[in-house]
Write a protein that binds this ligand. Sequence first.
Ligand code: MEV
Length: 439
Amino acid sequence: MPTPISGFSKLTKEEKINWLATQYSFETKNTIAVLKSYWNNDTKLQQLHDEFIENTISNFYLPLGIAPNFLINQKLLAIPMAIEESSVVAAASRSAKFWLERGGFKSTIIGTEKVGQVHFIFKGNGEKLTNFFSEIKTKLLSSTKHLTQSMEKRGGGILDIVLRDKTDVLSDYYQLHCTFETKDAMGANFINSCLEQLAKTLKNEVKNYTGFTVGEQDIEVVMSILSNYVPNCVVKAEVSCPIKDLKVKADITPFEFANKIVRAVQIANVEPHRAVTHNKGIMNGIDAVVLATGNDFRAIEAGVHAYAAKDGHYRSLTNASIKNEEFRFSIELPLALGTVGGLTSIHPLAKLSLELLQKPSAEELMQIIAVAGLAQNFAALSALVTTGIQEGHMKMHLGNILNQLGATSEEKNILTKQFNNETVSHTAVADALKALKNN
Ligand code: MEV
């Protein structure tokens, strides 16, 4: 039975690992060796990673893959993707090549506005609060000057502060709803610092305001925090081509194929069970590039799914249509990203990924990542409406099965060739490996 510990964070890395091994590793006797085998030999690099988070004991690797041949707004890019799931990079690469031969992807920014809110409770007269807010709005803004100066030099800053009365949904609940432009920074720290200053100014100003009666001066600030729901920080990506150019498989005509893709998107628009999986496939592409470029995929995930449900019904993030013999396929989603600050310049691979992408601005990165999502969805739908997903997926997954079964390099080579023409399943591969070993 393990014992609780206090002061774990104060232990050295070695001590943490030793404690863990004695307390929890009853089965994995080689815990210490496994954890240490993932340490980087370059001690400076390892220290950098150790310091990203707290209580670090080792590194947890994800593969970094490349999907080449992405023509986006006439720029040819090789997209870095950090992801553990087989098939995703292959699918993105396939889509990229397909659309490269049909004019590439077009992407446009619809908006870049970020959001943050000071949530507070006010038990007095709402009209008086509105008057108070009008009087102090300039003071609120000027109190953040020390924080906004350098962002303003880059063309960003606080766009507006609005008092929102939310008492219809929760008694006495109001917000300072603030909008921001953060240019190439994701802006979380900037936004949160501004919000905390605004909350302080709000509390100070309320004390000096003569328009309130006693009791009304007690504004209770509950919290000040950015919102990861950014429905006005949105990007669109699209592809189109004449239907006759959609010859993807011998046994389906371009017209049938285009119609099936349109149907598949319609289904994802009306059926949440399908929409979630449809959008999950899109996020395979989005998250992989978000992660590779040092951005916060949890923030992106939360914001994107809220956007998919913005009209009260969870829907597809992509659209497909046929008009005048032309097939159009597009995606529209919110992406609050940064190409400066945060991990983007500290994590060597995030920095390198951004270099590979030709050092994009945040807007360009939004465009690239939206395209990655669209490409992923196109690949998934193409497979789903034709051969099904398993054929290609299991072929890609074969390597994982062979590794799981402990196959040698030679055995892997032989069986990979053999399964070129056979259906891959865990049992089939296990049987084939057994037969090979007995030969
Ligand atoms: C698997 O990771 C993603 C798919 O399920 C997406 C989809 O069904 O559209 C293939």
